[in-house]
Structure formats: C-alpha cells, structure tokens
Design a protein around this ligand. Structure first.
Ligand SMILES: NC(=O)c1ccc[n+]([C@@H]2O[C@H](COP(=O)([O-])OP(=O)(O)OC[C@H]3O[C@@H](n4cnc5c(N)ncnc54)[C@H](OP(=O)(O)O)[C@@H]3O)[C@@H](O)[C@H]2O)c1
Length: 314
C-alpha cells in the first residue's frame, strides 16, 4: 500500500536517507527542512527513484510552520499516514559557556518542535482514525555525556514525551507512536553543530550509517514498536550508566574527550542552530569510509595499472 509520509530534517543525514528509503518503496513524500535549495535537490533524488514528492521549506521552530506543512501535505495528497520527525541541531560547550540564546534554540528545535510536530500529527491522526508518528531520539536520551547539555536535555525530554504520548494513544488502535534511538551515526550533524568548546565534535565508535537508521525507520512504519535502538553498544552504555553510575561518571569525561572530539580547533560559532548551511548537508558525514567510492576505485584499478605500465614501456 502506498503511504503519504511527511519527513522533517529531510535535507541531511538520517532524514535524507529516510526520504531515499521511503522513495524506493514508492511512497508519496512530503519533505521539510529550512534550506530550499537542498530540499529541491532531495526532491529530485526522490523523484528519480519514482516517488511523488512535495517539498515544503519549513523552519520547525517557526510559529504555525508545522501546521502549514501538514496542510500542504493534506491538500496535495489528501492525508498523512506516517510522520517522521528527524530535524535537530546540536551545540558543543560547557553549559555555562554556551550562550543562553543558543542553548534555548537547541531545546526549541530538538524538544519543543518535536512536541509541536507530534501535536499536529496526532490531531490529524485522531481526526482520520489513525497514522504512525516516528520521533528520533538518541542513546543520549538514556545516558548522559558532558559538553552537549542542550541536546542531552532535549533527548531525555523527548523520551519522556514519547512514552507519555504512547500511553495516551492506547485508546486508539490506529495510532502508533515510535521513537528510533540511534547511537553514533555518520552524518554531518557534528560539523554543523554550534561550538563553544574549541574542538570539533565527532561520533564515537562504533559508527553506523544513516541508511541503517533509515531502514529502522521504514521498518517502524511497517511494524510500529515502542522504541527501536540502532547501535551495537547502546545497551552496554545504558547498563553501565544505570548499574555503575559512579564508574560511568569517572570514565565519561575522558572518553568523550578521546572518542567524541577531534583534535581540530574551532573558533566559537553558532553552527546551523539559527540558519542552515546547505554546503554542509549530505547523507554522509565523512566519518566512515565511503564503500561505494572504494568499490569504484578498486574497479578502476586495472585500467590505472594498465595506463601506468604502458607509460613505463613507452
Ligand atoms: N548523527 C548521529 O550520530 C545521531 C545519533 C543519535 C540521534 N541522532 C538524531 O537523528 C536526527 C537527525 O540527525 P542527523 O545526524 O541526520 O543530523 P543532520 O545531518 O545535521 O540533519 C539535520 C536535519 O535537520 C534539519 N533542521 C535543523 N534545524 C531545523 C529547523 N529549525 N527546521 C527544519 N529543519 C531543521 C536540517 O536541515 P536545515 O538545516 O536545512 O533546516 C537537516 O535536514 C536528529 O534528531 C538527531 O538528534 C543523530
């Protein structure tokens, strides 16, 4: 069955990979993010895969923007079956060194806009008899790490919100609410983040791909579950955080500095918290080797060796 799927955060990382995954299934897509140019690019990628696509430039923190997004989807496709909310931003820094306006906008984007999206989606689902809402959490909604306080607070808030909404929706069999919680994913979110720490962040190992998370999202749309965790060490970290909090707190700072930050210095900046950076948007963040490129390079190897040998023999 072809579904109408709204995806926020569709221009980069997990949201963009999710758009590709639903497009490959032939679903109708309504894509949203702030950058209209990248959104148009993603629209064309998804149309090339055979999907019907509407792109609606949207700032999820703007007054009434999510309602307008829903209206546009309903006007074009007659309703919404699945709403996937992935839009988010991050800010690195010690809590007291991150400007208040940056901290507050991270919470506005990551928590309050998720709530606003849920409100719009659930009102529509209640009026039409059902639908599936998929929120994007994080392993950082279950554990904590230093220097990312706004993001961590938002993801913990989102966990609580998702569970409350799931409990409220138990009275309507057609409404499903899932939260997909990844560990480290190879996306540009780390470079795009605001930074008041002086060192660029990175995803700690093990890192998974946006496409892997996208598959989990599509799977949730097919077979809704309360929560889906994507990441091999998520459960280990959660057990360590819960069972040995003292040990966890001793280790997490040094581990964060070792595995969660690069050595690359950076001057204080707001990243994409208030305005998008289309040049930095992509499915991949460049933290994992590009296997496609590797395979192409290996495929081109015989030709390159042949050319080199011919040159030598001349
Ligand atoms: N990457 C990871 O390791 C990881 C791990 C766990 C959870 N997650 C979660 O996965 C989700 C996607 O993250 P990602 O890593 O794919 O990030 P990303 O590559 O930086 O993509 C973020 C997306 O959100 C959009 N966005 C940001 N602010 C917005 C706003 N105000 N209005 C509308 N759209 C906005 C961005 O587009 P514009 O800037 O054009 O608006 C972009 O499309 C987030 O919820 C994140 O917390 C990521």
């Amino acid at each position: 069955m072809t579904r109408t799927v709204v995806i926020t955060g569709a221009t980069s990382g997990i949201g963009r990979a999710t758009a590709g995954a639903f497009a490959a299934r032939g679903d109708r897509l309504v894509l949203a993010a702030r950058s209209p140019t990248t959104l148009a690019e993603v629209r064309e990628e998804c149309r090339a895969a055979g999907a019907e696509v509407l792109d609606v430039p949207t700032d999820v923190t703007g007054d009434g923007e999510l309602a307008k997004l829903a209206d546009a989807a309903i006007e074009r496709f007659g309703g919404i079956d699945v709403w996937v909310h992935t839009a988010a931003v991050m800010a690195y820094g010690r809590f007291e060194e991150i400007p208040e306006r940056v901290f507050e906008h991270v919470v506005r984007t990551d928590l309050l806009a998720s709530a606003a999206a849920a409100r719009v989606a659930l009102r529509h689902f209640r009026a039409t008899g059902g639908g599936t809402l998929i929120l994007t959490g994080s392993v950082l909604g279950h554990i904590t790490a230093p220097y990312m306080s706004g993001y961590v607070a938002s993801k913990w808030g989102l966990q609580g919100l998702a569970r409350s909404l799931q409990q409220e929706a138990r009275d309507t069999s057609g409404i499903h609410i899932s939260i997909v919680s990844p560990g480290s994913v190879d996306t540009p979110v780390y470079q795009q983040a605001a930074n008041y720490l002086g060192r660029i962040g990175r995803p700690p190992l093990p890192i998974t791909t946006s496409q892997r998370v996208a598959r989990a999202v599509v799977d949730c749309a097919d077979r809704p579950r309360r929560e889906v965790s994507v990441g091999r060490l998520n459960m280990v970290m959660r057990i360590g955080f819960t069972v040995l909090p003292g040990v966890y707190d001793v280790l997490v700072g040094p581990l964060m500095r070792l595995a969660g930050l690069t050595g690359r210095p950076v001057a204080p900046h707001d990243g994409v918290v208030f305005t998008p950076n289309p040049a930095g948007e992509a499915v991949r963040g460049g933290w994992l080797p590009d296997l496609g490129q590797l395979v192409r390079a290996v495929g081109e190897l015989p030709g390159s060796v042949g050319t080199a040998v011919r040159r030598r023999l001349r």
